[in-house]
Design a protein around this ligand. Structure first.
Ligand SMILES: Nc1ncnc2c1ncn2[C@@H]1O[C@H](COP(=O)(O)OP(=O)(O)OP(=O)(O)O)[C@@H](O)[C@H]1O
Ligand SMILES: Nc1ncnc2c1ncn2[C@@H]1O[C@H](COP(=O)(O)OP(=O)(O)OP(=O)(O)O)[C@@H](O)[C@H]1O
Ligand SMILES: [Mg+2]
Ligand SMILES: [Mg+2]
Lengths: 256, 256
């Protein structure tokens, strides 16, 4: 049985895509078969793994509009055991096109069913908003992982996100659990990072994962080369942090 | 006559709100009367100036739904000559509620007309997406200022944004000009910052403003105290960079 994790936070630029790419790659390195689903019209997870979105004939847009079978859209990457269900620009129109359509919030859940036997983990990257695309991801997911940048504005948005998760759990996906909160771009030299970290642990306790992702330029450099950090600079603090995040999630799930 | 500038970029976390707050405050310090309009349901520009969004009875949501007069929603701040048209959580519903409504993309332009005599500058903060709220901002604006984080993903989204601006100019707002591109979170020690900066100047030439905003922790610290950087730590590199950005825009507009 596979586990589907949505990476969500409506605050922009907090490290959702960086987490989706590097967690997926780390789980694959640790032997898991992983499908990364890009539900953001910006298609950063798609291009961050070196896939040229202009050359794709089918994307997740065609899948949720039921214009193509999910298997037709999946592409493999140069990383063993890591596949991608890529995004494209068309996705920006999906929300308006699905108005009034039936099962509009569970299109992705239905589309991902064929992969529950072929993949151990399905990781979904979300756009920076609580729109229909994110609702589709939260309805398809077993759990949600929240990247939290150690900054003031990021903290502010958390209560809004928690409210939305409660709504989704009550109305669309009763099985939705919280995978946890992962602190990102943590800068040991910066007082604000420590303050936000401490405050988040005070408010959310055990929900805050032990692994913190440090601010590390190799993580953004790797993206510009279309590779996860592990495959760009394995000894970097960023690559190592995501491997330990993968280990932590595997051991948390093993106990369930 | 006032000038309306929209601060837009669908990429998340690139410094839109930080630019909106600090440019507005710097223009006010330089003697201009400024109205900052918060079109993001996250309401970061509202809380970043110390306004408690839960205590507001009227927000920009009521104004664009024509439930309240614009003057009723405006609040003054502790900074002379700086007023805010605040956001609230309700704004997240505006897009769906305005489906099928008439003049849905020009609600904000009509609402801001009363302020063209009372304010010299109107600065509009946009959410991280090219949705109806951003379209309202681009339709109300005389020009658009694009904050560009010196990172790979931020460059990727630029062509999409430029395409949208051309569409808005052709169909909704023929007078829309480009105020320019401002490089944000520029880190002199980081090769990627220099590469993205050089590439952007190569592609967009004179459109890239001379003032670069450095990565500076005082900018995010100031936000957690509900103040612009100028009023939190005037000698900081962040505060000084936004004052010089205000100077640069004033001199560019003076020659027009
Ligand atoms: N730990 C880190 N250290 C340094 N840079 C990082 C780190 N994590 C992410 N970044 C960089 O910060 C920027 C924002 O990250 P990313 O794009 O992953 O965020 P996001 O939440 O997916 O953004 P959006 O809201 O636009 O989808 C990117 O340029 C990325 O390369
Ligand atoms: N020059 C800078 N130096 C250091 N930190 C910065 C700088 N500019 C912005 N920040 C911080 O980076 C984070 C993102 O900035 P900000 O929220 O202004 O971006 P945004 O584009 O408005 O995000 P969103 O897409 O969510 O609206 C904030 O926590 C902010 O305090
Ligand atoms: Mg992203
Ligand atoms: Mg913002």
């Amino acid at each position: 049985m596979s586990r589907t994790i949505a990476i969500a936070n409506q605050k922009g630029g907090v490290g959702k895509t960086t987490t989706a790419i590097n967690l997926s790659a780390s789980l694959a390195v640790l032997g898991k078969r992983v499908l990364l689903v890009d539900m953001d019209p910006q298609a950063n997870a798609t291009s961050g793994l070196g896939i040229e979105k202009e050359r794709l004939s089918v994307s997740v847009y065609d899948v949720i509009l039921e214009l193509a079978h999910p298997e037709q859209a999946v592409v493999s990457t140069s990383i063993p055991r890591l596949d991608v269900l890529p995004s494209s620009r068309d996705l920006v129109g999906a929300e308006v096109e699905l108005i009034g359509a039936d099962r509009r919030a569970s299109r992705l859940r239905i589309a991902l069913q064929p992969f529950s036997r072929s993949h151990d983990y399905i990781i979904i990257d979300c756009p920076p908003s609580l729109n229909l695309l994110t609702l589709n991801a939260l309805t398809a997911a077993d759990s949600v992982l929240i990247p939290l940048q150690c900054e003031y504005f990021a903290m502010e948005g958390l209560s809004e996100l928690v409210r939305t998760l409660q709504l989704v759990k009550r109305r669309l996906n009763p099985g939705l659990q919280r995978e946890g909160i992962v602190l990102t771009m943590f800068d040991r030299r910066n007082r604000l990072s420590h303050q936000v970290g401490a405050e988040t642990r005070r408010l959310f306790g055990n929900l805050v994962l032990k692994t913190q992702i440090p601010r590390n330029v190799r993580l953004s450099e790797a993206t510009s080369f279309g590779k996860p950090a592990f495959h760009y600079c394995v000894r970097s603090a960023g690559a190592q942090a995501y491997v330990s995040l993968a280990h932590e999630l595997l051991s948390r799930n093993a106990n369930k």
